[in-house]
Design a protein around this ligand. Structure first.
Ligand code: SF4
Length: 376
């Protein structure tokens, strides 16, 4: 041990720990005592307040965070709660925000690629003179709309540099659009876009979903509403841009996949009810050969999905009322959600194994929430 007086508070702590041990230091240092208690709780087999299982003292504050109490909710926020309630808690209750790096941006990350695709697809639908566009027109629209969407992305974020990386991002987006338009051309079902990015309610007048004993107000937008030859809404479509394959397989015969995919039932209700629905999944893993697959539901199947949605909303309401936001490190639709989670630093290194060990917690509210994962 160093001789003489310590040069900092940290060094004084270190010396005291070495000399007297942790329990003695905890008696005189409340912050150290709290850190020690947290270490103990992290090893507990149950979820604790450090992992989103809040106690009764938090219930009053949580009342305003129940879905029924919110001014509006979006489908993607409900899906976030299903995939990892703790991430939902950090983002929407604690209001944790991502650290924005100003200045330069490298290649489009998966989320940015998805956003740019949505923007470009909206531009394609608005600009197409016929549907589906002819192959020459499709090629032209893909090039023009990819360029416009990338310019908008850069204006809202940061320029993509260097130029070569920008070119790769542009080609990647264009390839996605071309693959999508080839898919549209091969459909031959007589439906055509009625609206792209069609609003679901508004801030002043959200769209209200009846969830049984309560109602939930939604805002957002439907990626696409298709109409039949008589001009009636016939199908709602939600685009999903994925890097890894397997989304369709993971979905199986499901309807809302345990709450992780609730866009279609919400959008079908907003579009007027008796419509078919579809997730159009673009798999963008390889820029040269993006693939397209669809997960489609008939109007009857979409109605079943609405039933599952209502069950899920009731469970979400109950979980938030009771302060249950336990983390999930594996979901039905994603094997590695933590790899792309902006909250991973909060959960800390090695959290996956620690959290897996707690996943069988018998707390009745946690169990009820776990049961929602099995919703079709
Ligand atoms: S890192 Fe994983 S467990 Fe932690 S909040 Fe994100 S998704 Fe949930």
């Amino acid at each position: 041990m160093a001789e003489g007086p310590p040069v900092s508070e940290a060094e004084a702590h270190d010396r005291a720990l070495t000399k007297w041990g942790a329990p003695t230091v905890a008696e005189v240092s409340p912050p150290f005592a709290r850190a020690l208690a947290r270490q103990e709780l992290l090893r507990s087999p149950r979820w604790t307040a450090f992992e989103g299982r809040l106690g009764p003292e938090a219930r009053e504050a949580l009342a305003s965070h129940r879905p029924s109490a919110l001014a509006s909710l979006s489908a993607s926020r409900v899906a976030m709660f299903a995939a990892c309630p703790y991430r939902y808690f950090l983002r929407n209750v604690q209001r944790l925000r991502e650290w924005e790096e100003p200045g330069r941006e490298a290649e489009l990350d998966p989320r940015s690629l998805g956003n740019a695709f949505h923007d470009a697809a909206r531009r394609v639908v608005a600009a197409a003179a016929t549907w589906p566009p002819t192959s020459d027109e499709a090629e032209r629209l893909a090039a023009v709309c990819a360029g416009e969407a990338l310019v908008r992305h850069e204006a809202e974020h940061a320029p993509i540099v260097p130029g070569l990386i920008r070119e790769i991002s542009l080609r990647r987006l264009e390839a996605l659009l071309s693959a999508w338009l080839r898919h549209e051309s091969a459909r031959g079902d007589g439906l055509r876009p009625l609206a792209a990015e069609s609003p679901v309610g508004s801030r002043e007048a959200p769209f209200v979903v009846d969830a049984g004993d309560f109602s939930v107000r939604f805002t957002g937008s439907i990626d696409r509403v298709d109409e039949d030859p008589d001009g009636r809404p016939a199908r709602v479509i939600d685009y999903k841009v994925k890097l890894a394959p397997g989304f369709r397989k993971a979905f199986g015969e499901g309807r809302i996949a345990g709450g992780e995919a609730v866009q279609l039932p919400i959008y079908s209700l907003a579009a007027g009810g008796e419509v078919a629905s579809e997730y159009l999944v673009l798999q963008a893993g390889n820029a040269a050969t993006p693939t397209v697959e669809t997960i489609g539901f008939s109007p009857d199947e979409t109605r079943e999905a609405v039933g599952s949605l209502r069950t899920f909303l009731a469970g979400m309401e109950a979980a938030i009322r009771s302060g249950a936001f336990p983390p999930r490190v594996e979901t039905r639709l994603r094997k590695d959600p933590c790899a792309f989670c902006e909250c991973a630093d909060v959960c800390g290194p090695g959290h996956e194994d620690r959290f897996r060990a707690k996943d069988d917690d018998a707390d009745p509210h946690v169990r009820a929430l776990r049961a929602l994962r099995d919703l079709p």
